[in-house]
Design a protein around this ligand. Sequence first.
Ligand code: ZN
Length: 262
Amino acid sequence: MKTALIEALKRWSGAAFDRGRALLSGDRLFDLRVEASTLRGAARGVRQAWYAIELELDETGEAPRRARCTCPAGADGRCKHVPALGLAWATTPGRFTVLTGIEARLHRRSYEELVSMVALMVRTHPELEALTLAPVPGGHREAPSVTRWRTVADDVFRRHGDDWTAVAGLVRELESVRSLGDDFNRQGERAHAAALYEGLMDSVVANASRFPWPDVRSRFRAMVEQCVQQLPGRPAARQALATLESLPLLTPRRSPKSIAVA
Ligand SMILES: [Zn+2]
């Protein structure tokens, strides 16, 4: 608990402070990030879906230096969202993603720079194109869609083929799709996370029969189990696991001697 910062926020925000504190309960704030002494985050809005908040602290880390917010009252940083962001940092810093290295560098790039950078990456690594079809954590723009994520995962299977030598790359790529679900969860975007887990799970179950080797199947099983855990109360998730278990396997004796699943 950073008491000095809370006092400084009261002085900074005046009457807006209490309204800011009221925003802390519930899930009004999301996508919280800290880079060096700058806090950033988003707040669900009324006139707009969300507002972007930024609060820079001074060298002591205990007082605001400058702030701004994209809400109608936030140009000089005196709206209720700024103390809400500061209070979240003062009381629950664990909610903030610490930006260092590549993430911090990317956050300094302009929108246009990021677009050309991603276009270049897709030209160099065409397998990344599928990710541009789906929402990403912190994107705020698209509705959660199970079908989208099913398409992304199906595309991963299609590209890798069903030769067992390609399995290591296949599993690694599916794992990185699954880890995006964890990123969605960390940012409080639970509906997006659930859509991803469900689409990925459906795709793995639908494609698994082409991979009859027990060690590959156990990797798929672990992945589907992780998705099922994230989808509590959905009978379809349990059913997916049962379907996967029921698919025929090659006997271990006939499976290739060493399957390079990294
Ligand atoms: Zn604001």
